[in-house]
Design a protein around this ligand. Structure first.
Ligand SMILES: Cc1ncc(COP(=O)(O)O)c(C=O)c1O
Length: 480
């Protein structure tokens, strides 16, 4: 492989025609523009920044696990080393951050120390194939996704999405007057053939016009929620080729990227790393790698998109929490370093979920009739997508598949095991006037013959008990 220097890489293509009406109307905050002068000998009587002496916080300190030094397995949590990460009020030699800076108003890009760390991480893990890519700190992928939609889509637009999709994404899309165009998926995620067909044949239905042809795809390529599917390398290449051919922007929502169970051949290349045009907006989050309550993530995109993204940040959240950013910066930059963070991901987080996944799968195989419930072994993420073979039910054909699924769901509740109903991931429009909170009375979409199980949270004995209970519930539900 020929390694190109950054200056040899192409610049991002011009995607200015993709900017939404809302984003085009956003202007750089004149107030924030003053921040760039706050250096050297400048005395500011300009910005309305509170004086740090009024902050009641004089030091922020957190006891954290040390980054693994070598090959320690997570099971040995009792033996884990810990260390104290502290952030003083004033800038201090040997410290990455000060509270005076991190608890102050800042620019919408996020704290430079943490942002540079994330940028270096992206550079080494994903090696973007164009020059002018940038990173902006976010409050996690939920925040980034909302902003990516606002950046690219207008009311009345269509967005390509996996047929079974992350509910929050759909709940974000629908109220904006954007319509999801579901694309069939298989064990490796979105099917290229179906994606190509949808785009090639756009215009074949009355509501489809050249103007409203989808320009954006929302994809979760690794450990997809809910199916657990991970795109292989060829699948990723095929999707990128279609994106180029049909000039699509891809929102790569990848919170489970580091939860890949096999990295013997290296980490699976991200869509960002296959993108030579600057058409991928990659969303990374610390939610699944460190802790969701940090509410910190980062997004990587071409410079032009980043500017609008930043304007949006400046008038909404302003910046991710200074507390979170300060602790993360001190821990990641000051203590763990890039290597320590990568080792934590590789040897701790990944291995923990790998062990959990294997265990739940073995319990399911042991206790649940595989003729009635089957699944594709996940190779990343937190989920197992259980296919219920309703066609084997004695009353199949006499009542709807939805009715049979609802019975099974209630049988599970009766046995004290909770799984997420497949309909919650359906991309079909939900029936109007239905009370979706009445989960014991409601099932919709006869195709949603699935239950989603996660191995992320329950402890090992609980997972075994849950699988046993599911086995009993399935036997009972299929006996009637
Ligand atoms: C596909 C997907 N995107 C985003 C999120 C939320 O991420 P964050 O906590 O970074 O907002 C989740 C969490 O379940 C998810 O499954």
């Amino acid at each position: 492989m020929v390694v190109q220097s950054v200056s040899e890489l192409p610049l991002a293509k011009d995607f200015s025609s993709f900017i939404s009406v809302e984003a085009s109307a956003r202007k750089k905050s004149p107030l924030k523009s003053l921040l760039v002068f706050m250096k050297g000998n400048m005395i500011s009587l300009g910005g309305g920044l509170p004086h740090p002496s009024t902050f009641p916080f004089t030091e922020l300190s957190s006891v954290v696990k040390s980054a693994p030094a070598g090959t320690t397995a997570l099971k040995d949590t009792k033996k884990e080393n810990i260390e104290t990460v502290s952030v003083p009020l004033d800038p201090t030699d040997g410290k990455v951050e000060s509270l005076a800076a991190s608890l102050q108003y800042g620019g919408g890009l996020g704290m430079p120390s943490l942002r540079n760390f994330c940028k270096t991480h992206i550079e080494s893990m994903h090696k973007p194939q164009y020059q002018d890519w940038e990173v902006i700190m976010t409050c996690g992928n939920t925040d980034s996704f909302t902003k990516a939609l606002a950046l690219l889509l207008n009311r009345g637009d269509y967005i390509l999405i996996e047929k079974w999709a992350y509910p929050t994404a759909m709940e974000t899309i629908e109220p904006l007057g954007i319509t999801a165009v579901p694309i069939p998926v298989d064990g490796e995620g979105i099917c290229p053939k179906a994606l190509r067909q949808t785009l090639d044949n756009w215009g074949s239905e009355p509501h489809q016009t050249p103007e409203n042809k989808p320009r954006v795809a929302y994809l979760v390529p690794t450990g997809q929620n809910p199916t657990g599917a991970t795109m292989g390398l060829q699948r990723r290449r095929d999707i990128m080729a279609i994106a180029q051919q049909h000039n699509l922007i891809i929102i790569e929502d990848d919170p489970y990227y580091y939860l890949q169970f096999s990295i013997d051949d290296g980490w699976m290349p991200s869509l960002l790393s296959l993108d030579t045009d600057g058409r991928v907006i990659r969303l990374d989050s610390f939610s699944k790698t460190l802790a969701p309550g940090c509410r910190v993530g980062y997004a990587t995109m071409n410079k032009q998109f980043r500017e609008y993204f930043q304007f949006h940040t400046e008038v909404t959240v302003q910046q991710p929490s200074g507390f979170s950013q300060a602790v993360l910066a001190e821990m990641l930059v000051g203590h763990w370093g890039q290597e320590g963070y990568t080792r934590y991901l590789t040897e701790r987080v990944r291995i923990e979920y790998l062990n959990r996944s294997k265990f739940l799968q073995s319990c399911l195989r042991k206790y649940v009739n595989s003729e009635l419930i089957s699944f594709v072994e996940p190779s990343a993420g937190m989920f197992i997508w259980l296919k219920v073979h309703v066609e084997k039910h004695p009353r199949h054909g006499q009542v709807t598949d939805s009715a049979l699924m609802l019975e099974l769901f209630n049988a599970c509740i009766a046995e004290d095991v909770l799984l997420t109903p497949g309909w919650q991931f359906s991309t079909k429009p939900k029936p109007q006037n239905a009370d979706l909170s009445k989960v014991q009375e409601f099932w919709f979409d006869d195709e949603a013959t699935f239950l989603r199980a996660t191995f992320a949270y329950a402890d090992f004995p609980q997972m075994e008990k849950a699988a046993q209970s599911l086995g009993v519930a399935v036997t009972k539900a299929f006996a009637a």
